[in-house]
Design a protein around this ligand. Structure first.
Ligand SMILES: N[C@@H](CCC(=O)N[C@@H](CS)C(=O)NCC(=O)O)C(=O)O
Length: 284
């Protein structure tokens, strides 16, 4: 039985939607129904081949973890500058950022190692780009490569239900609404169970080896079972997902993961915050 006799907001959609009423909630000030730049703003360029424009959210962490893993594995060409994009202040709508990612979302990368800069956006695309460029963390063997892509794409398709769905309505919406929280808590738990069953059979997401699929999935689902996302560990009973927790602990123990999760971070304990990274020593 519902704890709320009327869980639905009494909203009758007009014939044509209009954004006239402020939506409220944590991201209301940056939400808008059109794309494109709002202002002229060039992006800074540092001295390394790879220029990353990002923020230490789960989507941002995927890439900084990959870059730190590449450097730890001896790929010196993966040296990078990580610039902070303050999405709460609308920096993703600056003209330079929009040129790199027309979708105005972090993370975005520019590879300046060749004659012509290559822009890369969407965290999954960035992971694949770097894995192919350096020949690392992506199996060559077709079945294992395909299984890695299966789970990478699973993450890209599934996590929006966690972040934009559950996280938004549980933590950021201006009021707690039972219907959307129920809907997305249900889906988030189903996804955690998908992973739990998978990880009961294998050490890492795609098999015996640690791959870009682990790097994509860990910041979201590892974050949930470690109780670091939305303060929702108890609400979602994350202790139920013991295999996900076992895997999350193993990934977290990797030095490159501990470094990568600090890059572009502006939250948490001061020693965890490294708003910009231009040299390895920024993390030492
Ligand atoms: N599918 C995209 C999602 C990126 C994304 O949602 N980024 C958020 C931060 S985690 C963002 O930049 N939001 C700013 C905005 O929506 O204006 C990816 O994986 O790269």
């Amino acid at each position: 039985m519902s704890s709320n006799s009327n869980p639905f907001t009494p909203y009758v959609p007009p014939k044509v939607w209009s954004p006239a009423t402020p939506s409220g909630g944590a991201f209301a000030s940056i939400n808008r129904p059109i794309a494109g730049a709002t202002h002229e703003q060039e992006l800074p360029v540092g001295k390394h081949p790879l220029q990353l424009y990002s923020l230490g959210t789960p989507n941002g962490q995927k890439v900084t973890i990959m870059l730190e893993e590449l450097l730890a594995a001896g790929h010196g060409g993966a040296e990078y500058d990580a610039w902070l994009i303050k999405i709460g202040e609308g920096a993703q709508f600056g003209s330079g950022f929009v040129d790199v990612n027309p979708n105005s979302k972090i993370p975005a990368l520019v590879d300046r190692s060749g004659d012509t800069p290559v822009r890369v956006f969407e965290s999954g695309s960035i992971l694949v780009y770097l894995a192919e460029k350096f020949g690392a963390f992506l199996p060559q063997d077709i079945p294992a490569r395909t299984e890695t892509f299966n789970w990478l794409m699973w993450q890209m398709g599934s996590a929006p239900f966690v972040g934009g769905g559950f996280g938004h309505f549980f933590a950021y919406a201006p009021e707690k609404l039972e219907y959307p929280i129920n809907r997305y808590a249900m889906e988030t738990k189903r996804q955690l169970d998908v992973l739990d069953r998978l990880l009961a059979e294998r050490r890492f997401v795609a098999g015996d080896d640690y791959t870009i699929a682990d790097m994509a999935i860990w910041p979201w689902y590892g974050g949930l079972v470690l109780g670091e996302l939305y303060g929702a560990g108890e609400f979602l009973s994350v202790h139920q997902y013991q295999q996900v927790r076992r895997w999350a602990d193993e990934v977290l123990a990797r030095p490159a993961v501990q470094r990568g999760r600090r890059v572009n971070s502006v939250r948490g304990a001061p020693e965890q915050q490294v708003p910009e990274r231009h040299a390895a020593s920024d993390l030492d």
